[in-house]
Design a protein around this ligand. Structure first.
Ligand SMILES: [Zn+2]
Length: 147
């Protein structure tokens, strides 16, 4: 049985769906120790057996931010400032780790957040780990790269 969760930024310009293979109460909650996630005190979820959809309803409000090794991009709403996800795109495929607090049912993620520190990792290992552990994601209404 799958568990479908809805989310969005605050103003609704960017929507989010996450279909989990198990209840949110059983999902591992991550506390990424990267400098961006720490400034947001973000709790994140990624499950390779889940499916996510990121839906851009107003493409002018999509903000992407890269830092560090630039292996991924942060997805933010330009208008309301909500941080939705970390996104990696490679050869037409996309993977995300989702900011739990952008989901409507954020309170159901009750497991304690586990600190994750990948700062010592080489770029190649990082890409392989993400493909194995992040959530396959469909990008809907996504503008071309460069914005
Ligand atoms: Zn917004």
């Amino acid at each position: 049985m799958t568990h479908r969760l809805n989310g969005a930024c605050h103003c609704g310009a960017i929507g989010l769906e996450l279909t989990l293979p198990r209840p949110p109460e059983e999902e591992v909650v991550g506390a990424c120790q990267c400098s961006f996630c720490r400034k947001h005190n973000a709790r994140t979820v990624s499950d390779p057996k889940a499916l996510a959809r990121l839906m851009v309803h107003e493409s002018a409000e999509l903000q992407r931010y890269r830092f560090g090794l630039s292996a991924s991009q942060v997805v933010l709403c330009r208008r309301c400032g909500v941080y939705l996800a970390m996104l990696m795109v490679e050869e037409g495929k996309a993977w995300t780790t989702i900011n739990i607090d952008a989901l409507d049912e954020r309170a159901r993620f009750t497991r304690p957040a586990e600190a994750r520190d990948f700062s010592g990792e080489a770029l190649e290992g990082r890409l392989e780990r993400r493909k194995a552990r992040w959530t396959p994601t469909e990008l809907v209404g996504w503008p071309e790269e460069g914005g």
